[in-house]
Design a protein. Structure first.
Ligand SMILES: *[C@@H]1O[C@H](CO)[C@@H](O)[C@H](O)[C@H]1NC(C)=O
Length: 294
């Protein structure tokens, strides 16, 4: 068996029903996610992710969303360019908000899932920083315009570290005409006098959909009626907290065209058309899922 594998190592690569490789090299950072995200990842999966930053830089990874079957569906993260590098972390279960920092300019990750039980998977941001420098906390608001033809993360400043006091941050979200926006708030925690308002339109004059404060059960899903959404995050001068993290994506307003992509989770060619999630109302609490697949 061993000899046979020596001569045919590629057979290892295709031994899983779903095997793929994702390579990310944008020096401005970006996002990566589990296969078929925002749907549950498939069973019997093997996907690797390699991120390379320019020489002299290191990488910080922040998991906005992380939910897998505890102990059985695992993302293993190595501090280098292969699985021979030093182990940085092995993640499974509910680990949203995990932040990892590499020592050098490469990180290698291996996502393996077993034959039964799946979950929502992960959605993560990567950023690159010059070695010897520390990422600075933001004393103010993050970017205010979010336009995307695929998934895009959206967080309070510094998440999952605390936001600062006295903020009035607007977030304008836009997708292509003919699409509506699905926004999923994955994590939310503020003190009682700090809040996030969500509006069904381009600004705070539009219909309010929700006001979130304290620590509501998450995830919370929202859909817009048009291709624009607005969020307003306000904090007072006393006490701060972790804030919020979410992901939004376009949903075809024309349900007859809806089609879910399969395959490599990170291609530039992620189709603009996604299956409409099963949302029964504008304000929908999704129950925790842990389904056994027969
Ligand atoms: C973050 O906010 C929490 C909740 O108010 C607080 O207990 C904690 O001390 C804060 N952490 C920092 C580093 O300010």
């Amino acid at each position: 068996m061993l000899l046979w594998l020596l001569f045919f190592p590629f057979l290892l690569e295709i031994s899983s029903s779903f095997s793929s490789k994702v390579t990310l090299t944008d020096p401005n950072g970006g996002y990566f996610y589990s296969p078929e995200y925002h749907s549950d990842y498939p069973n019997d999966l093997s996907t690797t992710y390699s991120i390379s930053a320019p020489d002299g830089y290191y990488i910080r990874i922040t998991f906005l969303v992380f939910h897998t079957e505890q102990n059985y569906d695992t993302l293993t993260i190595y501090d280098g360019d292969s699985s021979d590098s030093k182990l940085l972390a092995r993640l499974s279960g509910s680990r949203s908000g995990t932040v990892l920092v590499t020592s050098g300019n490469n990180v290698y990750m291996d996502f393996e899932t077993d034959l039964a039980v799946n979950d929502r998977g992960f959605y993560a941001k990567y950023e690159v920083f010059l070695v010897g420098t520390n990422p600075q906390d933001l004393h103010g608001c993050p970017q205010s315009n979010y336009e995307s033809a695929q998934f895009l993360g959206i967080t309070s400043p510094n998440w999952p570290r605390n936001y600062t006091e006295l903020l009035d941050c607007g977030y304008h979200i836009k997708v292509d005409p003919g699409y509506t926006i699905h926004l999923m708030i994955e994590a939310f925690q503020t003190e009682h006098f700090d809040y996030l308002r969500i509006y069904d339109g381009p600004n705070a004059d539009a219909n309010p959909i929700a006001e979130l404060r304290d620590s509501p059960a998450t995830p919370i899903d929202f859909t817009s009626t048009t291709n624009e959404m607005y969020m307003f995050f306000s904090t007072d001068l006393l006490y701060t907290d972790i804030g919020f993290a979410g992901v939004f994506w376009p949903v075809s307003a024309d349900k007859s065209k809806a089609k879910l992509s399969k395959g490599n989770p990170i291609k530039e060619t992620v189709p603009k058309i996604f299956d409409s999630p099963k949302i029964s109302s504008l304000f929908h609490l999704r129950p925790a899922r842990h389904l056994l697949i027969p």
